[in-house]
Design a protein around this ligand. Structure first.
Ligand SMILES: Cc1cc2nc3c(=O)[nH]c(=O)nc-3n(C[C@H](O)[C@H](O)[C@H](O)COP(=O)(O)OP(=O)(O)OC[C@H]3O[C@@H](n4cnc5c(N)ncnc54)[C@H](O)[C@@H]3O)c2cc1C
Length: 238
């Protein structure tokens, strides 16, 4: 709500990465509810503003090193000078940068999975069962061959998207493809890596176990896999 030269902000947001430690947040606020997406503006809210509270640090399944929190805004007085960009342009500004965020996720997804896969291949060479390295058993050998192929194919697509982005040509739809496909591949690859580690794969002291837990969220955050497919489907005219 506008109040003279200021805005009075009310609301809350669950799941904010670094929300517990942050000193400054950019809030997508509804400044004109009658205009839908065109009634959203970006307000910069600073720690110490009355009515702004960083909630508790949420207890996540993975990624314990990164905090995720809830943010609360109760009658926070935000000066007009803290509006980022023009009034009503918030959604459009965010849409411009979403492909870049999704591409960043895709790069992380692929390389996170690839590193653990390389470590798993080494493990499969060393770990012996029934007198031979588990990686030499045909099932595991073929599985590892499939995983390497899967990740390299994903990497090629993501690399192509990075180049398109560098040329200013990455579309929102291609970014959505890179994000969901890399998250799905990461999930399948890491799950198989846990399996190849046997019981050790379920132990927190093993990197593979922690990587598997850390990766689960990538199909959810920055737009779920289903929402990515929704964007792609719409582009198909469906
Ligand atoms: C660790 C973590 C960190 C996060 N960090 C941030 C952050 O920094 N900033 C931020 O803004 N958000 C952040 N998020 C929020 C995240 O982006 C959302 O959780 C995510 O977009 C899903 O929204 P939701 O949780 O409301 O799920 P919902 O929207 O309730 O979705 C529930 C399920 O329904 C499906 N669904 C919903 N709509 C449709 C549809 N139209 N068609 C088909 N299926 C559908 C979803 O795909 C999902 O499977 C974070 C989340 C987590 C877990």
């Amino acid at each position: 709500m506008r109040d003279g030269d200021d805005w009075i902000l009310n609301g809350a947001k669950t799941f904010i990465t670094n929300g517990y430690n942050c000193d400054l947040v950019v809030v997508a606020a509804r400044t004109d509810p009658s205009k839908g997406a065109k009634g959203i503006s970006l307000l910069v809210v600073e720690r110490g503003m009355e009515g702004f509270e960083n909630g508790r640090k949420l207890d996540k399944v993975g990624q314990p090193e990164a905090d995720t929190a809830e943010l609360f805004f109760e009658n926070v007085r935000v000066p007009q000078a803290n509006m980022l960009g023009e009034e009503g342009m918030g959604f459009i500004s965010m849409m411009k940068l979403l492909p870049q965020e999704r591409l960043g996720s895709a790069v992380n997804n692929v390389h996170h999975a690839k590193q653990i896969l390389l470590e798993t291949i080494e493990y499969a060479k060393e770990r012996k069962a029934f007198g031979k390295a588990i990686g030499t058993m045909q099932y595991n050998k073929f599985l590892l061959a499939e995983l390497v192929t899967k990740i390299e194919v994903a990497e090629a697509y993501v690399d192509q998207a990075v180049e398109a982005h560098a040329d200013g040509e990455l579309t929102a739809v291609d970014a959505a493809k890179a994000k969901w496909w890399s998250a799905q591949s990461q999930s399948e690859v890491l799950d198989a890596c846990v399996q190849i580690h046997g019981g050790y794969g379920f132990m927190n002291e093993y990197r593979v176990a922690r990587a598997w837990k850390d990766a689960r969220v990538t199909k959810i955050w920055a737009g779920t896999n289903e929402i990515m497919k929704e964007l792609i489907g719409r582009d198909l005219g469906l």
